[in-house]
Write a protein that binds this ligand. Structure first.
Ligand code: ADP
Ligand code: MG
Length: 135
């Protein structure tokens, strides 16, 4: 995908407040400016990359999806910081680089299948970003 790596910065906003933490995978939802500036060619799906929060760098697994709150006409950008162990960081700025594509979005038959897909995404993100984090 020619558009990658893609860099952006934005503010962490509140999402539905459901889903993420219950699945053991909180996702920091990015503000509208990030969503509006996304290149058209960045398709909906799951990506990996790195993100910086308050000067600390993390590997990230990220999704670009359709927001059901807006009749699926607006996108969402949600970031899971891997190995982040602190508390909530709503309202903070996050800068990130999307490095690669992991998979397309799909609906899963069960919560268990969704959870194992997320676990795999995180493994891929962790593995693919090892070198970046050493730099
Ligand atoms: P929301 O629907 O408001 O996005 P989530 O259940 O997805 O709620 O939780 C996201 C929030 O959890 C983030 O905005 C952040 O403040 C917090 N958080 C804690 N740990 C992480 C993490 N490892 N990755 C992303 N967000 C995290
Ligand atoms: Mg979220």
């Amino acid at each position: 995908m020619q558009i990658l790596p893609y860099r952006f910065e934005g503010e962490v906003v509140r999402g539905f407040g459901r889903g993420g933490k219950e699945l053991g995978c909180p996702t920091a939802n990015m503000d509208d400016s990030v969503i509006q500036n996304l290149p058209e060619s960045l398709q909906v799906g799951v990506y990996y990359g790195t993100a910086i929060l308050e000067g600390e760098k993390y590997s990230m697994a990220m999704s670009i999806g359709w927001n059901p709150q807006y009749q699926n006409e607006k996108k969402t950008v949600e970031i899971h910081l891997i190995d982040y162990a602190g508390g909530d960081f709503y309202g903070k700025r996050l800068s990130a680089v999307i490095i690669g594509f992991i998979r397309e979005m799909k609906s899963f038959g069960s919560l268990g299948e969704l959870k194992s897909a997320i676990a795999k995404d995180i493994e891929v993100a962790r593995r693919e970003t090892v070198d970046q984090n050493k730099l």
